[in-house]
Design a binder for this molecule. Structure first.
Ligand SMILES: [Cu+2]
Length: 125
């Protein structure tokens, strides 16, 4: 009986630990900052297995340019979709395609491939 209690307490601690880690890792989405180029916030994202970087952070009120360069031939990443802005663009292999945005509200906007396998977040503050 006592061993079972110890195991029980141990399992509860493991669950609490995992939960704390989960909160920590979701909160730590700090995001890569833009390069400022003449009043435009510019980001460069490489598409190769993932979006790299996959979390970018911009300021509200200033236009945003995101340069995507797809360095792979995987069909999965052929299109990038910003559903909040009704944008879906083809990313031909080894070409740089620029997406221009000017969000009017702060928030988190996701961008994905067609099937949602590739995940990225644009944080606007
Ligand atoms: Cu995909």
């Amino acid at each position: 009986m006592e061993t079972q209690q110890i195991i029980g307490v141990f399992l509860i601690l493991v669950v609490i630990g995992l939960y704390a880690y989960w909160i920590y890792s979701t909160k730590k989405q700090t995001g890569v900052k833009a390069q400022e180029k003449g009043g435009v916030q510019v980001f460069d994202i490489t598409v190769k297995g993932v979006y790299s970087p996959n979390v970018i952070k911009a300021k509200i009120g200033e236009p945003i340019k995101i340069n995507f360069t797809r360095q792979e031939d995987s069909e999965c990443s052929r299109y990038v979709v910003f559903s909040d802005f009704n944008i879906r663009k083809e990313l031909p292999e080894n070409e740089t395609i620029t997406i221009e945005l000017k969000p009017s509200k702060v928030g988190k906007y996701s961008f994905t491939c067609d099937m949602g396998m590739y995940q990225g977040t644009l944080i606007v503050e």
